[in-house]
Ligand binder design. Structure first.
Ligand code: HEC
Ligand code: HEC
Length: 390
């Protein structure tokens, strides 16, 4: 709660600061808003927002103030210590021996409780036992140590080897990221709604489904995760990233790494090991244009059309759909054209359609568990009842 109060204050004071700053701009004589390129060419997009020129006659939803104007604007203020403390909720990696105790609060939770919370608040998106699917990330693909080995498979030499499995257990170098992710981000969209003990319980459960051990002890179904045990977790991929963030030297090591621009992709720039913010490239950049078809500019213009692209209607293949989605049940009961259908069609086909679309207590899943359109489902029902494809 305290955190939320502080957050509100920051928002309020930022809004006040912004309006004061806007007033201030209005007073500056030589910067009349209508003289700026913004006011001249801002257009209103169909959702009511403005669009601003970017380049080549294209537009974007944001305006970055001209360098000339920037120094006249004076938005916001330096946050005070209390505001900073309220925002500073990050967690240190457990492998970096931080004297502050990594920012992890006291608390504990069992695998058992974790499973219960998971089934109530997470399973609908992350699947049974964290298996993922439906567009949401998997939280486990089985034994973390085993899955970790897939990261170094050489598929040039061994094309049969499975590709890299990148889930929490196999890939993430630090368990604190999981704890933090759950507390601050999940369950989507009700972030920040779990207590610390619930976060411990969910963490315990996710370690359990990744078949992990802590300090040689398996995180089995009876395991209770405490803060003390949490701080002993070593992830299989702890050394899989650079810079290395392990050990007492972690922070200075990371700083040294990022002080050298060559460590993060600056090899081709002329500035060497010095970080660079402007005029970094001494040579002229080589821009390669695609010659084919005379294309000179391949940044597509931003679209102001908000309609989703039309879904291409796929033509229904009745026999194929039957084999793929209905046969496993209907081959043995209510087969296409079977005499038992007369017991279902007595009140007319409309009732058959409606029941098939909604599903029945007698065991027919809604639309047979497919995402067929109503019209296509009706065609399928006609086929089942008559045994003929029209
Ligand atoms: C409404 C759907 C939904 C629910 C419910 C939900 N999540 Fe998520 N979760 C997501 C989405 C979407 C992402 C991916 C977010 C992204 O990548 O930006 C995600 C990501 C995660 C990740 C990171 C996984 C990775 O490999 O990147 C973890 C861990 C996680 N969720 C845990 C949980 C837990 C624990 C709960 C229950 C308390 C939960 N989630 C409930 C939708 C959900
Ligand atoms: C999981 C098994 C299962 C699958 C898969 C399945 N059905 Fe059924 N269906 C049944 C059962 C069982 C009944 C009888 C339900 C009852 O008597 O309440 C039924 C009944 C129906 C009915 C009659 C509904 C009524 O009560 O009037 C229609 C129409 C139908 N199915 C069409 C389909 C079509 C089309 C598919 C494939 C796209 C399909 N079903 C897939 C099990 C299944």
């Amino acid at each position: 709660m305290l955190k939320l109060e502080a957050y509100k204050k920051v928002i309020v004071s930022a809004t006040v600061a912004a309006s004061v700053a806007l007033l201030a701009v209005g007073c500056v004589d030589d910067v009349k808003p209508e003289q700026t390129s913004v006011a001249k060419s801002a257009k209103v997009a169909i959702d009511g927002g403005s669009v601003y020129p970017v380049v080549n006659g294209k537009t974007g939803p944001y305006y970055a103030p001209d360098q000339k104007l920037a120094h006249k604007l004076n938005y916001g203020r330096v946050p005070n210590a209390a505001e900073l403390a309220a925002w500073d909720t990050d967690l240190q990696p457990v492998s970096a021996l931080s004297p502050e105790g990594h920012g992890i609060p006291e608390g504990e939770g069992s695998v058992e409780d974790g499973e219960e919370i998971y089934d109530a608040k997470c399973v609908m998106c992350h699947g049974d036992f964290g298996s993922g699917g439906g567009g949401y990330p998997a939280l486990s693909k089985g034994n973390a140590e085993e899955m970790h080995k897939t990261l170094t498979n050489n598929r040039w030499k061994d094309p049969e080897a499975p590709g890299p499995v990148r889930v929490f257990g196999s890939y993430w170098p630090e368990v604190t990221t999981l704890w933090w992710y759950i507390r601050d981000g999940m369950p989507h969209p009700f972030s920040d709604s779990l207590t610390d003990d619930e976060v411990y319980a969910l963490t315990a459960y996710i370690l359990n489904i990744n078949e992990m051990s802590i300090d040689g002890e398996e995180v089995d179904d009876d395991y209770v995760l405490t803060r003390e045990k949490f701080l002993k977790i070593v992830m299989p991929n702890v050394d899989g990233f650079e810079p290395v963030i392990r050990g007492a030297n972690a922070l200075p090591g990371v700083r040294a790494y990022f002080a050298n621009a060559k460590n993060f992709g600056a090899q081709n720039l002329n500035q060497g090991a010095v970080r660079c913010m402007h005029d970094c490239q001494k040579a002229t950049a080589q821009v390669k244009h695609i010659k084919f078809g005379g294309i000179k500019d391949f940044t597509p213009p931003m679209s102001t059309v908000r309609d989703l692209p039309a879904k291409k209607a796929k033509k229904l293949d009745v026999k194929k759909t039957y084999t793929a989605a209905c046969a496993m049940c209907h081959d043995s009961y209510l087969a296409p054209g079977a005499p038992e259908w007369s017991g279902y069609t007595a009140n007319g086909m409309d009732e058959v359609y409606t029941k098939g679309i909604k599903g029945t207590e007698g065991g027919m899943p809604a639309k047979g568990g497919t995402d067929l359109s109503d019209a296509d489902f009706k065609t399928m029902a006609d086929y089942l009842v008559s045994g003929k494809v029209k």
